[in-house]
Each structure stands twice: as C-alpha cells, then as structure tokens.
Design a binder for this molecule. Structure first.
Ligand SMILES: *Cc1c(COP(=O)(O)O)cnc(C)c1O
Length: 435
C-alpha cells in the first residue's frame, strides 16, 4: 500500500520508504492511501480471540500487502508478549492498562513493532546499518531503546538532557549496552532535539551514515497503537455484550488517539472519543473555537503530555477532510490543571483503591465528568504510576511499590557518553562511529 503526505506536495511512498524516512519530503506526515474496513464477522468473533490474534488481523489490514504473512505474524506476536488488561475502576468506567510492557508505558507497543519492522526491511534489502537518533525528555527514549535492543543492523543513539530526567527514566536507556548508546547532553531537551534536527539536515553526516528517527510521526510506531483499541472492545464484549464504549485518551502529540480514530474508521464500534489534555490544551481550544493556535508548552505533572504543537494534528485534520464539524462530531476535549490531576489521583485512590498515574488521571476525570448516565467509558492508562514515583507519593501520601521490571533497571550500571550541546561536537562524534 502506498502512503501519501498530509501536505500533498510530495510523491507517494512505499511502506518501506515511509518507515525509513519517517517524515515526507514536504515535511508532511505519511497517511495510508486506504483504510480497509474489517468484516462484520470479525467484530462478532473478536471476544473469543486472543490479543495477538486480534492484532494480527488489524496489522494485516495495514501492512499485509507489503510484508509476508508469516513475517508479519511473527512481528505482531513478538511485539505483544505482554497483556493489556481492561480493569474496572467504577461501575461504568474501565482502565485499559497499557503499562505491562518492558518500560511500563504504552509507547512500548509502537517502539517494539517499529524496531521489528525496520529490522525486517534491513535484512530483506541487505541494507547497510541504519542509525536511529532519538531525543528524549524521559519516556520516549526508554521505549525506543528497549524496543530496538538487540535488533541486528540498527544502532540507536538516545540524546537526553543531563540532570533533567528522573533516575528511573535514565536507567531505562543507559544500562542496556549492545546496540544502544546514551548521549548525556549538557543542555535542555530542546537542545537535544535541535542536535537531532541538525543531524538530519547535515549532508556530510548523511553521506557517512543512514539516519532515521523513531518518534510518533513514524507510521510504524503510530499505526500499531490501533491494536489495543480492538482488544479493549473485545474484552468489554466479554463483560458487557453489545455495549459501544466511549473511549478517552490522555493526549500530547495525538499519535495514540489518532490510531484509535483509524480503528473507528475500520468499523470498530466506538461511540465517541474524548481527548484529555493537561494545561497544554491547544486541541481543546481548537474544538471550542475552530482555530488551531500552537503555543510553547508549559510544564505539568503529566509531563509526557506537555506538547504545545501536537505533531499528529495534521493526521486528525486529514482523516476528517479538514472539517472542524466532522472532528467535533466524533471527538470532544477536556483540560485539567495540576491541582485537578492531583485531586483526581487522591480521590480515586481513596474511594476505589485504584492508583492512577498523572496522565491516566486526566483520562479518568474526563470520563467522570463527560459520560452520560447510560454510557460506559474506557480510558487508556498510559503509564504505570511507579514511573512517576515521587509525584505520586507526594500526592497520595503513601509509598508506591516499584514493580520488579523497574527494579531490574535500577540495579543496572549507567553507561553514557558526555556531550556538549554544540552541533560540531555531536557531528564529530557521529563521524567517528562505525556506519
Ligand atoms: C507519550 C505519552 C502520552 C501522550 O501520547 P501521544 O500519543 O503523544 O498523544 C500520554 N501519556 C504517557 C505516559 C506518555 O508517555
């Protein structure tokens, strides 16, 4: 299947080109030419299928034309080696726990899938090594690094701001070794991102080594996120047959919710969506006014959603033919301050004994406030609360147990390369690396 650019100024690309390049030549985002509906029989059968079986059917609709069936199945089954349970929190609100993967956050799904798909293309073409550059303020780096760990033909460079990520986050990408190199940059997250951008534009560097990015603009990272919307529906049918849920997604760059909107377009019976924001509420304001006004992000306790110009907004617009009315008919919004997020975490812990992380708390609250009495809601719990241990403990006033997976990272030894925030230094370093 071909992929077109949301900016419509670049030629269509194959899946392989879209995955290797990430962004179209006109700086638009790649969209699949067609979104294939799944047959009605699939939705009937779904409650009896496993997560992996369901995901493979969805993956086949997206990637089946470009990847042999056995290979695609292997990629899906390897990616989804952990469960995504639907857990009741109140009588009509369920949490879809997306945090049972290696780095305890939903980005594991896209990170692992993309690594395996790119690995397949490299093996098939006998390509030279591909080098993934990723700037991180914490969570993306760990999901990408762990997803790509040990994948042959790919080297990952994670750039992170020295002293500005938590110890737990840092350990998740500095202790891995093998094909993962952590670069500790003496600067801010914006400096890290600027280094990566300059590297992609530097012709000498690009002649020396094949560079690519692994952020949520990449189709191989964002489309696989559709899998768990289907599985959530299947689990709900086992509990409450015939119910069409309202699905609420804590959103930052809007990759996660866009994958859900694709699912609905494929026929998945979802009544409507809610995009929950923290104070960075550009999308919420767009829904109210019809005007999209990006602005610099502000820091919140749900920091993975601190985004001032959501990169996947272009995909949402494109999916609905640029119509504000069409978008607003299927998606509503919500926005919460840090105080409201903390209050929701505290109350839900006290009344339901369910521990929310700051991102999931936005989703839960938006359902509490936005569900009609006859509706059932599912929110995506995007990360394990222990990933934000200090914040969560300060809010609920109790210690938070650290899952064994995180403890294992904590026991590892940090290995990183110190780097200034000057592009000349970064470039000189990369030019010395094997390509
Ligand atoms: C990345 C992230 C989000 C936001 O997801 P988008 O796809 O960028 O909208 C929400 N919560 C957590 C924990 C995240 O890591």
């Amino acid at each position: 299947m071909n992929y077109y650019s949301t900016s419509k100024q670049a030629p269509e690309a194959t899946l392989e080109e879209a995955v290797v390049k990430g962004l179209a030549a006109d700086k638009g985002l790649f969209m699949p030419r067609t979104i294939k509906p799944l047959p009605a029989s699939f939705y009937v059968e779904m409650p009896n299928l496993t997560f992996q079986e369901i995901a493979y059917r969805v993956a086949d609709a997206f990637f089946g034309e470009d990847v042999p069936a056995e290979t695609l199945k292997q990629i899906v089954y390897d990616t989804l080696s952990f469960d995504v349970p639907l857990v009741p929190v109140t009588s009509n609100i369920y949490s879809l726990e997306l945090f049972h993967g290696p780095t305890l956050a939903f980005k594991d799904v896209g990170g692992r899938f993309m690594a395996r798909l790119l690995g397949y293309f490299i093996r098939k073409e006998g390509k030279k090594q591909v080098n993934v550059l990723v700037a991180t303020s914490g969570d993306t780096g760990s999901a990408v690094a762990n997803g790509f760990l040990g994948v042959e033909g790919i080297h990952v460079y994670v750039l992170y701001p020295k002293g500005k990520v938590s110890e737990i986050q840092e350990k998740q990408f500095t202790t891995l070794g093998l094909n993962i190199t952590a670069l500790e940059v003496d600067g801010t997250f914006d400096d890290c991102q600027a280094l990566v951008k300059s590297a992609f534009m530097d012709s000498e560097l690009n002649a020396h080594m094949q560079l690519t990015s692994a952020n949520s603009i990449n189709v191989a990272r964002f489309l696989p996120q559709a899998f768990y919307y289907f599985y959530a529906y299947a689990q709900l049918q086992r509990l409450q047959p015939g119910v069409k849920p309202v699905v609420c997604v804590p959103s930052g760059n809007f990759g996660n919710i866009t994958a859900g909107l694709f699912g609905k377009r494929m026929g998945l019976p979802i009544r409507r969506f809610i995009a929950a924001n923290n104070r960075n509420d550009i999308f919420y304001q767009y829904l109210l006014s019809g005007n999209y006004n990006p602005r610099p992000s502000v820091a919140t306790i749900a920091n993975a959603m601190d985004v001032g110009n959501p990169s996947n907004f272009a995909r949402v617009l494109d999916l609905y033919g640029e119509s504000h009315d069409a978008i607003a008919a299927e998606v509503s919004g919500a926005t919460y301050t840090d105080e409201q997020i903390a209050e929701t975490m505290r109350q839900t812990w006290q009344s339901a004994h369910y521990l929310l992380d700051p991102h999931g708390a936005c989703g839960f609250r938006a359902l509490q406030e936005g569900l009609q009495p006859d509706e059932v809601g599912i929110f995506l719990e995007t990360a394990h609360p222990a990933k934000f241990k200090d914040t969560v403990e300060a809010i609920i006033g109790e210690p938070v147990a650290i899952p064994e997976k995180l403890q294992a990272f904590m026991r590892g030894t940090k290995q990183s390369v110190s780097m200034s925030s000057l592009f000349a230094d970064f470039k000189a370093y990369l030019l010395q690396q094997p390509s």
